[in-house]
Design a protein around this ligand. Structure first.
Ligand code: PLP
Length: 454
């Protein structure tokens, strides 16, 4: 339908992560979404799509949850806004802070609220710098991230993000940010390497980077428990244990970016629990409210909190805050969302159906000559396409195979995501996915692969 809304969209709307020229020329048009229920979204032509990526892996409890909608409406009626600065709070945000800490590892202490994952990671870097300044080591400031990590698209967070697309023409990364290897076993250089040898190599290259820069210049290491936007890559066994040892040895803080993994995506409450990580800060966003309202958080450990608490400036105020920190509407959505996760046992369903989805995907496509890898954890699944699976020869990026398969899949009514780098089709459905819906995702993916790759 080429009507007025489409015209206004093209003329006025600067869409994020979009090919601007193609959009301006009308070669790409927005699918305008008008409603959603459970795992399905509906466009204004009345077509239903099975959303196997939960928006941007965020609508974890599924669409159309009246409990959350009503909590938001109630909050908006009673108190749409009040700030959280100097000596103020709201019932919703205080309750939510308690609920978050109850669901976090025991050594975590306080939560600072923001709006999205990017600003939360921006907060994290500032807190790490503040912490080291209080401790009298102003030179210890660099942050190590991984290639293929995704941590947002602000100035610092876009720098942390280890994807070229987010750097080029933006003059990023900033100098204080360093990158090390991604724990991406499928893309290892040496095909004969075992997982154990590969982990040892990741550890050795981190050690080398630290030695080259000097441990006294490095403040923190940031990582997603499972690499998300960089390709949905669970780490090989033992990776986090070994990385944690290196960080502890050099007194480098760990920021666990749990924006995707937090609140159940891996089938456990937090990705840090799942991999036995011991973070000093955890970033939470998406699953905190299941995206019913924007809200994020930086959870800081007791060890960090003690230093921050003792070291605030002479006037006792930390100079960091957003107008919308701890926005009551976001907080009300968060409280209702976390209650729903518990009441409906959604994390358990996620664990079971996620395992079912991953197995069914492997059964259907595991032997396909152009499928090199099928991997996943909890309700995350990725299918990686290759020209030749024996030699693990990749397709040329210009062929855009991943995007073509995602397009064919979308035509059949299932939304997956062509991950931004490489021919990787990603799935991260809502936790309420049923086995029948998982079967549909798998069958239609197999059809789409057949159409594009034979
Ligand atoms: N961190 C991770 C792991 C993410 O996946 C994302 C977004 O996808 C972000 C941070 C940034 O969050 P936001 O887009 O809400 O700023």
């Amino acid at each position: 339908r080429n009507d007025q809304l489409a015209e206004w969209d093209r003329e006025n709307f600067f869409h994020p992560s979009t090919h601007l020229a193609q959009f301006a020329r009308g070669e790409q048009q927005s699918r305008i979404i008008t409603g959603a229920q459970g795992c399905h979204i509906e466009d204004r032509n009345g077509k239903k799509h099975l959303d196997a990526f939960a928006g941007l892996y965020c609508v974890n409890v599924g669409y159309g949850r009246t409990e959350i909608a009503e909590a938001i409406a109630k909050q908006a009626h009673e108190l749409a806004y009040y700030h959280a600065y100097v000596g103020h709070g709201t019932e919703a945000s205080i309750t939510l802070s308690k609920m978050i800490l109850d669901r976090s590892p025991a050594h975590m202490s306080k939560v600072y609220f923001g709006l999205g994952g990017s600003d939360a990671n921006e907060t994290n870097v500032k807190l790490v710098w503040y912490y080291n300044n209080i401790l009298g080591r102003p030179e210890k400031k660099k942050i190590i991230s991984r290639w293929r990590g995704y941590h947002g698209s602000g100035l610092v967070t876009g720098s942390l993000t280890g994807l070229e697309l987010f750097h080029k023409k933006f003059d990023l990364p900033l100098a204080q940010v360093l990158h090390t290897d991604a724990p991406y076993y499928f893309r290892r250089d040496d095909l004969d390497q075992s997982e154990e040898q590969f982990v040892a190599q990741c550890v050795a290259s981190l050690e080398e980077l630290i030695a080259r820069e000097g441990a006294d210049t490095i403040a923190a290491f940031i990582g997603e428990p499972v690499l998300g936007t960089g390709g949905i890559v669970p780490p090989p066994a033992g990776y986090w244990t070994e990385i944690q040892k290196v960080l502890d040895k050099h007194d480098i803080l760990l920021i666990a970016d749990e924006v995707v993994t937090g609140f159940g995506r891996l089938g456990s409450m937090m990705g840090s629990d799942y991999y036995g990580m011991k973070p000093d800060i955890m970033t939470i966003a998406k699953g905190l409210t299941s995206a019913y309202a924007p809200l994020s958080g930086s959870i800081v450990s007791e060890r960090m909190w003690k230093v921050l608490e003792d070291g605030t400036d002479e006037n006792g105020v930390i100079g960091h805050g957003w107008t919308y920190s701890a926005h009551p509407i976001g907080a009300a959505a968060g409280v209702a969302n976390l209650k729903l996760l518990d009441e409906l046992n959604l994390i358990e369903n996620n664990r079971e159906t996620g395992a079912y989805l991953n197995k069914a995907m492997r059964d259907a496509l595991g032997d396909h000559p152009h499928v090199g890898d099928i991997r996943g954890e909890g309700m995350l699944c990725a299918v990686e396409f290759v020209r030749d699976r024996d030699g693990r020869i990749l397709f040329d990026a210009s062929e855009k195979i991943g995007a073509q398969v995602a397009g064919a899949l979308a035509d059949s009514g299932v939304i997956g995501r062509a991950m931004p780098q490489g021919d990787i089709l990603g799935f991260a459905p809502p936790f309420c996915l049923t086995r029948e819906e998982a079967d549909e995702v798998v069958a239609k993916t197999a059809d789409a692969v057949g159409k594009i790759l034979g």
